[in-house]
Design a protein around this ligand. Structure first.
Ligand SMILES: Cc1ncc(COP(=O)(O)O)c(C=O)c1O
Length: 348
């Protein structure tokens, strides 16, 4: 096993830069006893006239309780996309470094690599079970490989990546292993956040956009070692999570029991949908899913996609993704929505 040292992977300019010090960094406690004339805010009350907490302490404390994970090892971003962008900027030197990602997978990794001038190396999943090909991944690693992206449960395939494969990658790789768990709340498998204390090269990314039903507020979550969190806090925009997002996140997180109930409903609906899809004659394969969507292979994906659009139903055509020829991805909806898509599929 190689040893991971964060100092070997931070970009030199980030290592030496000094973070912006905001007024709310220097003085955090908002109480009625103080007169705040430090941040050029407007003194007249609108409910939002003060800058928000730059470190979102209340939200992190609530997440910490729910996830049983230390609050000071959490970083929040304006959606997962912001935290993903931050890790590229912290650890990958433009026009020099590269990253490796499984394929097919979530499209933003390659967009962000391109944006940051980082070479993106794809490693195809095994076609039969959509699990990673470990030897192929390591054949693509060189001294400039800073990160390996895994997504589990994976989008668009829906499958969890087996523990033994992730563990082997984490143990063998000298750089960071990014595990995107956007859909983990729909899975019966445990999260990798509990392994961060054993393997400091793991970064786990989650989001409030899926099981928590808050895609509209844009809140992405990154879990990592204290050292990694310190680097990312240094470079993040000072007030990256606005006050309204923090308030709404807190409100919803405090009612976690309700979230668990809706998650269970979605899982149940997925099982019903999976069973019913088996009766549609032009569906050739239904892939197992640990997420809130189902990938299916059909006779002609583009034709079926267009037919559904005509009936006012929008799904995702994944036929151009690696290994996904003639595949469609269906998000699990409400009972009524699922009945509607089934009825329409049957009528085609
Ligand atoms: C694997 C994966 N990661 C991240 C995201 C985006 O999450 P967010 O809404 O937090 O940016 C998605 C959205 O579809 C996703 O599928």
């Amino acid at each position: 096993m190689k040893t991971f040292n964060i100092n070997n992977i931070i970009r030199p300019n980030i290592k030496v830069m000094k973070a912006y010090s905001s007024a709310r960094d220097e003085f955090q406690e908002i109480t009625n006893d103080f007169v705040f004339l430090d941040a050029n805010e407007n003194p007249y009350e609108t409910g939002l006239n003060r800058y928000p907490d730059p470190f979102q302490r209340n939200v992190k404390n609530e997440l910490s309780t729910i996830k049983n994970y230390p609050a000071n090892q959490i970083l929040l971003g304006n959606g997962s996309d912001e935290v993903l962008d931050l890790i590229f900027r912290a650890f990958c030197e433009p026009n020099q470094d590269n990253v490796i990602a499984i394929s097919p997978s979530y499209g933003m990794y390659s967009v962000l690599a391109n944006l940051n001038a980082i070479e993106y190396r794809k490693s195809l999943l095994n076609e039969n079970d959509f699990q990673p090909n470990i030897e192929d991944i390591f054949s693509k690693v060189d001294e400039y490989t800073k990160m390996i992206f895994l997504c589990s449960p994976n989008n668009p395939t829906g499958e969890i990546i087996k523990r033994e494969y992730i563990l082997e990658i984490v143990k063998r790789f000298n750089g960071l292993v990014i595990i995107d768990e956007a859909y983990i709340d729909f899975s019966t498998e445990p999260s990798w956040i509990e392994e961060i204390k054993n393997y400091p090269n793991i970064i786990v990314i989650q989001t409030l956009s899926k099981a928590f039903g808050l895609a509209g507020i844009r809140l992405g979550i990154l879990y990592a070692s204290l050292d990694i969190i310190a680097v990312l806090n240094k470079i993040k925009p000072p007030y990256n999570i606005n006050q309204l997002t923090q308030q709404k996140a807190l409100e919803i997180l405090k009612d976690y029991d309700k979230i668990k109930l809706t998650t269970q409903t979605i899982i149940k609906q997925k099982q019903l949908l999976e069973t019913a899809l088996k009766e549609i004659i032009f569906i050739e394969k239904i892939y197992p899913s640990d997420a809130n969507f189902i990938l299916i292979k059909v006779d002609d994906a583009t034709k079926r996609y267009n037919e559904l659009i005509e009936k006012g139903i929008v799904i995702r055509n994944r036929t151009n993704d690696d290994l996904c020829k003639n595949c469609l991805r269906i998000t699990v909806g409400t009972e009524e929505e699922n009945e509607k898509i089934l009825e329409n599929l049957k009528s085609l």
